[in-house]
Design a protein around this ligand. Structure first.
Ligand SMILES: Nc1ncnc2c1ncn2[C@@H]1O[C@H](COP(=O)(O)OP(=O)(O)O)[C@@H](O)[C@H]1O
Ligand SMILES: [Mg+2]
Length: 242
């Protein structure tokens, strides 16, 4: 079974076609990058795949569940971290997770394991207001992992992080995939996608314009060894005359 299967998915907002007939699939344990300029339709796609938004047409299955008709079965299979999500800064990381566990009906004994998984055990009783952005981001991921989802959606997880913290977080994401978690992530950092992702889809104006491993995408653009994923991205996206 594929972790994610998407067929001809479309989403309109009042006449604007934000997602325009995309189809792709993602294998279990794969790190799949979803790359595109602002407004390309990345967040909309994640919202549909996590059952938070209905597609206008087409269908999608995540962890074997139809994202429209099997939302209740889908929920325990997925975790999601959006940009601009919040934690309670007056609480410790541990209490943030205990609170979330109670709210979502997860056994609170899962909390310590989740903190361990993201490397926050040592400081789990400190108030999170003192945390760095990277630590906050890891806490959000821990929260999304509490119920041991099979598929994790990360919307720009390294946005605004300094290079050290971003690298650490990437290592952590790679580790999750090694444990069999499927990771679907969006990012604006092409080098990050190149290093981390098994395959990437490049999306522009709601359409997938390329999908392959970073190596193949670079190779298809010429024999020049210096071609980067960013070169490929810039060539394929943002051209309104395309
Ligand atoms: N709730 C909404 N109502 C109307 N238009 C929206 C809404 N959310 C997103 N859009 C529009 O849909 C397009 C895709 O947005 P989005 O999925 O957020 O793109 P991305 O995450 O790739 O930046 C954009 O043109 C955006 O302005
Ligand atoms: Mg977005």
């Amino acid at each position: 079974m594929k972790a994610i299967e998407v067929s001809n998915l479309t989403r309109d907002y009042n006449g604007l076609r934000a997602v325009d007939g995309i189809s792709f699939s993602v294998d279990q344990g794969e790190i799949f990058g979803f790359l595109g300029p602002n407004g390309a339709g990345k967040t909309t796609t994640i919202k549909i795949l996590t059952g938070q938004l209905r597609p206008t047409s087409g269908w999608a299955c995540v962890a074997g569940c139809n994202v429209v008709t099997e939302r209740e079965a889908l929920k325990p299979q997925i975790g999601v971290v959006f940009e601009h999500q919040n934690i309670y800064e007056s609480l410790s990381s541990r209490d943030n997770l205990v609170f979330a566990a109670r709210l979502y009906g997860v056994d609170t004994r899962a909390v310590d394991g989740a903190l361990e998984q993201v490397g926050l055990s040592d400081r789990s009783r400190e108030k999170t207001q003192k945390f760095s952005n990277g630590m906050k981001q890891r806490l959000l991921i821990a929260r999304a992992l509490l119920h041991r989802p099979k598929v994790l959606f990360l919307d720009e997880p390294t946005r605004g992080l300094d290079p050290h913290v971003a690298r650490e977080l990437r290592g952590f994401i790679a580790g999750l995939a090694d444990q069999g978690v499927t990771v679907f992530l969006t990012t604006h950092y092409m080098e990050e996608a190149d290093r981390l992702c098994d395959r990437v889809a490049i999306i522009d104006c709601g359409r997938i314009v390329a999908i392959n491993s970073p190596e193949s995408l670079k190779g298809n653009h010429g024999q020049d060894q210096t071609i980067t994923l960013e070169d490929v991205f810039v060539e394929l996206t943002g051209n309104i005359f395309q």
